[in-house]
Design a protein around this ligand. Structure first.
Ligand code: HEM
Length: 406
């Protein structure tokens, strides 16, 4: 079953797209007994589910074991994370962080993104090979988001440890882990560590404000009140997690698409201006986020199927992006595709707040990579392994070779 996205290999990904196509044609709104969830496959329906926040709520009760345990035992209530709120509260919280993501605020980061990318490339250029995930795709977005929030770059190993544990824990997707599960216990510890860490950082900012997001969040007021420390911490954690795994995988998936479409790679080397369109096509062609979860707030009819109230719904972005009702020749990787209204960043009030940042990071880093690493290829003597369990498409490792240079 591809329903819970147990994708281990690239062949699985290819099969999943065949499967989505069959579902779009035969059972576009399908109830899965095993996961007790409704699954939506067509572009128009996926669009409705992710956009219509009145009927498809993001506010989920803590049904999963991890959520429940965190809710009871941790000071950090991830239930207040942006992705879990509905309007009107959602808008108020989102407004607090959105200034950090305006084009003007982001343009100040572009020099740093270029400098970090250059530093990373300088470390590998002479070797003629690297493990792209560990040597480039992982550190770049992590350093950028860390600098944005305001945590010292020297604490990167800490971040990496937490992110790895959260990613590898599998429990985000596991059917019903029980409270005593050692994985669940470990996650509670990870959240406690993160929360202590940010607590210390925030305490420091309270005494000595700096020019960073933590200081700004502390100064901000919501309905005349300061944001609580708990809410500020959960904001930082959300950004840290949402911002780096997805972007790291976008970078790896782009390299994979270029490797498998050498003609596109050649064109992009010569015509840098095609890169923004190519990045959108990578997002459409291999959506890093496969599906979004919602809960029905009422009985809802999609096509000729009625989904009852309080049902869990998965909107399959990856399937919507291949819907032939929306995209001509969806199976073709076309860097000049126009229009390209993929749903990989979601849509509506929850539209990815970090999309401009992700686009900017990829838009700066990928041309530098193509320019500075001639004959870039993925080493394919070992089968490529995908990340499992996170619900996010990406590679565990991506060994590449290129022509060495001084
Ligand atoms: C929301 C994907 C990069 C922060 C979302 C959503 C998607 C998404 C699909 C919608 C969730 C929903 O409707 O339930 C991606 C992809 C990225 C990426 C594919 C990279 C290629 C980033 C970055 C950041 C970020 C770089 C922050 C630095 C967020 C936040 C939300 C969000 C805070 C919640 C917004 C809300 O609920 O209002 N992202 N994201 N993302 N993303 Fe991203």
């Amino acid at each position: 079953s591809f329903m819970l996205d147990k994708l281990s290999t690239i062949q699985d990904v290819e099969h999943s797209y065949k499967y989505y196509q069959i579902m779009r044609d035969t059972q576009p709104v399908w109830y899965d007994e095993q996961t007790r969830s409704w699954n939506v496959f067509r572009y128009q329906d996926v669009y409705t589910v992710v956009t219509d926040h009145q009927r498809f709520s993001s506010q989920m009760k803590a049904s999963r074991s991890l959520d429940r345990v965190l809710e009871n035992e941790s000071r950090i209530k991830m239930g207040k994370a942006l992705t879990r709120l509905d309007p009107p509260l959602h808008r108020r919280y989102r407004n607090l962080v959105s200034p950090a993501f305006t084009p003007r605020a982001l343009s100040r980061l572009s020099g740093r993104i270029e400098a970090i990318s250059q530093e990373l490339l300088d470390q590998v250029r002479a070797a003629g090979k690297m493990e792209f995930v560990a040597d480039f795709a992982y550190p770049l977005p992590t350093i950028v988001i860390a600098e944005m929030i305001g945590v010292p770059t020297s604490d990167r190993p800490l971040f990496r440890g937490w992110a790895d544990e959260l990613l590898n824990s599998q429990i985000q997707r596991a059917e019903e882990p029980h409270d005593g599960d050692s994985n669940v216990r470990r996650m509670v510890d990870v959240f406690a560590e993160m929360s202590e860490y940010f607590d210390r950082m925030l305490e420091e900012r309270r005494r000595h404000p700096r020019n960073d997001m933590m200081s700004e969040l502390l100064a901000v007021e919501l309905d005349g009140e300061r944001l609580s420390t708990e809410d500020t911490i959960s904001f930082c954690i959300t950004l840290l997690l949402a911002g780096h795994v997805t972007t790291l995988n976008l970078l790896s998936l782009a390299i994979y698409c270029f490797h498998t479409h050498p003609d596109a790679m050649e064109r992009l080397r010569k015509q840098r201006e095609l890169m923004p369109g190519a990045i959108e096509e990578v997002l459409r062609y291999m959506s890093p986020v496969r599906a979004l979860r919602r809960v029905t707030a009422a009985d809802v009819t999609l096509g000729d199927v009625t989904i009852p109230k309080n049902a869990q719904v998965f909107a399959w972005l990856a399937s919507a992006n291949y819907d032939e009702r929306q995209f001509a020749e969806p199976e073709r990787f076309d860097i000049t595709r126009e229009p390209n209204k993929h749903l990989s960043f979601g849509h509506g009030v929850h539209f990815c707040i970090g999309a401009p940042l992700a686009r900017m990071e990829a838009g700066i880093a990928l041309p530098m990579i193509l320019q500075q690493l001639p004959e870039l290829r993925i080493e394919t003597d070992q089968p490529l392994e995908l990340l499992e369990g996170s619900g996010i498409l990406g590679f565990k490792r991506l060994p590449v070779t290129f022509t060495a240079s001084a």
